[in-house]
Ligand binder design. Sequence first.
Ligand code: GUN
Ligand code: ZN
Length: 428
Amino acid sequence: MTDQLILGQTLRFSADPFEGDVEAAAHVSARGGVLVRDGRIAAIGEADDLRRENPQAAVTDHGDHLITAGFVDAHMHYPQTAMIASWGKRLIDWLNTYTFPEEMRFDDRAYADDIAGRTLDLALANGTTTLTSFCTIHPQSVEAFFEAANARSMAVIGGKTCMDRNAPDGLRDDAKTAYDDSKSLLEKWHGRNRISYAITPRFSPTSTPEQLDALGALWAQHPDVLMQTHLSEQLDEIEWVRGLFPDARDYLDTYEKFGLLGERGLYGHAIHLEPREIDRLTEVNAAVVHCPTSNTFIGSGLFDMAGLKARGIRTGLATDTGGGSSFSMLRTMAAAYEISQLRGTALHPAQLMWLATEGSASALHMTGEIGSLNVGAMADLAVLDLASTPAIAQRANRANTLWEALFPTIMMGDDRAISKTYISGRPV
Ligand code: GUN
Ligand code: ZN
């Protein structure tokens, strides 16, 4: 394939902007470019230099639009796409009223195919190039998601959502089928093209100890895969967990007891954590995933970004659709900013962009492969128009730095700000 030169403003990171000098971690070029060879980033630099050094390359010039790594959504539920923005409930009622009836429909493979394709197309329109999704109890919901991702050459992570109690008829498996289905899906799909499998107990209230134990055993047999679940999202959920697992020290312990705490564990929400839980997450180098639009939409609470990052906990950013209220990682960054403000910290735009790209990639153990504009990474890119609406344009017009120009798009932007998305260097 011919080399491609994609030109515009560029933003890349050489370090975590939560550690040390924020702006030193970020590298901005007002007239930069990315050289793509065989789907990967082969060089990044100044546009003029890249043009001179690569006269053979096909050039696409995005002018003053901003080229960034594509966004990485580290926790979402593709089966909830069609019921996003369902009114008036908190977590447990919201699951019972809206979520479980919708997830029941994924028994139908054609419906699963439709929603999987719709979700991935919405993601791409929003500049999101990797999704980490819960599927449903139905193995065909996982097949649908992975086939839709393959058709788009996208890197995705997903798994069969396991539940064997506190869920309606038709939406429960048992310890053995959860193990068997997860194992055969994992063996079929993990590592195929750009697909990764994640063992997926929904959360401890919907799994018996036997099911958690079976999934812990599966993880021990396949330590290279991720394990995703939910942790400490709402206070009445935590009370419920206490009643269901009277011997557990805390919510995290309901996973830890069954071999479901580890470095490749992804714990969604993680809002109301006890000191012991924070210590254990730190000690095992597990990752937490911040889902800010969901946390405000379902009324869950204020995630402690500054506190958890200060402990060195790997943290990803996610939409959590359909508990989250947007498919846009821009809107998600805005909500993360607002929640941090309510806790007394103003996140820098560089920190927000890092969370939505490198931070999520790090949570997924995919650093250097996705979420990065550094040499060697896959050329999954988003190109942002920093003047996508009149309101944003008039504010960006006054900016003196890239950060001032970018922040209005983070706070007020949506899919109109995404002028192009690339997967492996190919525009979609
Ligand atoms: N906890 C268990 N299941 C879910 C879910 O589908 N969405 C959210 N936000 N929290 C959960
Ligand atoms: Zn979730």
